[in-house]
Design a binder for this molecule. Sequence first.
Ligand SMILES: CC(C)(COP(=O)(O)OP(=O)(O)OC[C@H]1O[C@@H](n2cnc3c(N)ncnc32)[C@H](O)[C@@H]1OP(=O)(O)O)[C@@H](O)C(=O)NCCC(=O)NCCS
Length: 166
Amino acid sequence: MPEPDAYTVRAATNADLPAIEALLEAAELPTRGLAGCIETCFVAADAGGVIIAAAGLEPYGEVALLRSVVVRQDRRGTGAGDAVVRAALNLVGEMGLDGLYLFSVKATGFFARFGFEMRPHRRWPRAMRASLQYRQMDRWDPKNEKITGMALELPPVDQSGQKAPR
Ligand SMILES: CC(C)(COP(=O)(O)OP(=O)(O)OC[C@H]1O[C@@H](n2cnc3c(N)ncnc32)[C@H](O)[C@@H]1OP(=O)(O)O)[C@@H](O)C(=O)NCCC(=O)NCCS
């Protein structure tokens, strides 16, 4: 019998979209554009298959937006956020991306644990301007809460195809 609190992290599918969107809406996070990058999203599902957390990558060439990082309210603080972000970071490594960017209101400390640093979106690479969240930056924040841009630059890939250590 699995532990009642146990969850499994796996790649998201189109069938997971409504559940992920419900989590995002409950956390007042944007849902637009998620369907277009569902194949680079991850979910944590509990023992009954219910989605309790998600994290997604929205790739733009050599860089990507880390988006839709969310954990159901009653499951926060149990490591699920960490687990889905690590799954996304593993994929970033496999894709050989140069950098990862995100917007956060209240979770900058959480993302700093993974090495993200404050980086205003206007100082992000030009490729990130294609992101809807980048373009809607000013309209996204209905409560005028402070939105922080963050960046994680990744080391270059060496000739063996591995990311070289910094
Ligand atoms: C931010 C969020 C995803 C964190 O998920 P979580 O499952 O609660 O976090 P975890 O249990 O995996 O925490 C892992 C570690 O990060 C720390 N942490 C969690 N949230 C944090 C925060 N907001 N600031 C600083 N540290 C945080 C935890 O204390 C824990 O540290 P520890 O390993 O030293 O004990 C979750 O709180 C959430 O869904 N928030 C609302 C949505 C949101 O703001 N998303 C980000 C914008 S895209």
